[in-house]
Design a protein around this ligand. Structure first.
Ligand code: DX5
Ligand code: ZN
Length: 219
């Protein structure tokens, strides 16, 4: 299978040192930068929005993988593209027009991603699988970093992997929430190839060591 790609989530970084944190994860071998946008409606928390994404864009040339945990994401796709997103992932629960939002992202030439909460049936994303560059399986209920991994995500990754192998084998299959050295290998074996990690990267020992432990656990 493809080599694993590590996606540190800046939700867990020190925002007062965003530029330093972005340099540290790039030096530590991050493959993409995961950016968690929360609106306090779709999820019970507010994180940050356009100005912080634009600041990250100025500080790094790495791929910015933007996870929109916001209601009606179609209202803000153009603005997040302008602010520097390379990929935009939307929740199936947040829009009545999933297919249209995917086309909106593609019209900007950016990678379109779709995701869903742990309690949402996988069938809801099946109609757009052939049209996306990324499918994200949530392994926690979105809203906060540092939550415990929900084991049913493993079966959900296996199911989507099989669907993608049929209709869209080039799409990335990403997993987000509670990912660490103890489960990353099992997630790889289930068919994921992109791994979001917040607290396991920006922990007490710093991003270089966090990324090293994750990379080691994939081998
Ligand atoms: C959760 C976010 C995640 C979060 C992951 O709502 O979507 O990306 O930052 O954090 P950890 O890795 O600590 O579970
Ligand atoms: Zn996320």
């Amino acid at each position: 299978s493809r080599s694993p790609r590590l996606a540190p989530s800046i939700l867990s970084c020190d925002f007062s040192r965003l530029g330093d944190e972005l340099r540290a994860i790039q030096q530590g071998g991050a493959d993409l930068v995961h950016v968690d946008v929360m609106d306090g409606l779709f999820v019970p928390n507010i994180s940050f929005g356009l100005p912080i994404l634009a600041a990250a864009r100025r500080a790094t040339d790495q791929y910015l993988d933007v996870h929109l945990m916001i209601e009606q994401p179609e209202r803000y796709i153009d603005a997040f593209v302008q602010a520097g997103a390379d990929g935009l992932t939307v929740h199936v629960e947040a829009t009545r027009h999933l297919h249209r939002v995917v086309q909106q992202i593609r019209a900007h030439g950016r990678d379109a991603g779709v995701t869903l909460n742990p309690g949402t049936p996988l069938e809801t994303l099946r109609p757009v699988l052939a049209d996306v560059q990324r499918v994200l399986i949530m392994s926690v209920n979105p809203g906060f970093g540092g939550q415990a991994f929900i084991p049913s995500a493993l079966d959900r990754i296996r199911a989507v992997r099989a669907w993608l192998d049929d209709v869209n084998p080039d799409a990335h299959l990403e997993v987000d929430g509670g990912v660490g050295p103890a489960n990353i290998r099992a997630l790889m074996d289930a068919g994921a190839n992109e791994f979001v990690a917040g607290s396991s990267v920006f922990g007490a020992d710093g991003p270089a060591e966090g990324l090293r432990r994750l990379r080691e656990a994939t081998q």
